[in-house]
Design a protein around this ligand. Sequence first.
Ligand code: ADP
Length: 161
Amino acid sequence: MGGIAVYPGSFDPLTNGHLDIIKRALPLFEKVIIAVATNSRKASLFSSEERIGLMKEVFHGWEKIEIDTFEGLTVDYCRTRGSKVILRGLRAVTDFDYEYAISLMNKKLAPEIETYFLMADHANSFISSSIVKEVARHGKAVLDQVPDVVNLALLRKYQDS
Ligand code: ADP
């Protein structure tokens, strides 16, 4: 397929679900830019610097990956980066309505940009950043759901608070 794909999201924090989507997208594109949205209205647990720091550890040495932040609309960011592909992951049925609505709006705003969806792997289908945070907040390990560095960062975050 080639070209540059932009994978936008909050990644608060990165989970094994995100990781799986990224791994599977890599052979399909020349480059995948993981784009952390910094102006989301969602209150975040990790600052954008912390989220990027964690991802830099996880993706250290992965040549086709770039990690960046953006403010504003995803389609505007794609245009500035010369990308015609927005990459998103779809879990079970819960993501569909939201993702469909956003992809239609993005198509309206930027007809030249396509949204590509990869279906969540069965094993990761119920992993979400918000559930992971909720479990970690109560002191339980989420080792099988996030990369090790993210698990440690979650433990530290909730110990400090
Ligand atoms: P947003 O705040 O934009 O929804 P997220 O960081 O929650 O961003 O997710 C980014 C993208 O990754 C979204 O397309 C989301 O559906 C997808 N995603 C999240 N969790 C998983 C998972 N467990 N498996 C596959 N895709 C996922």
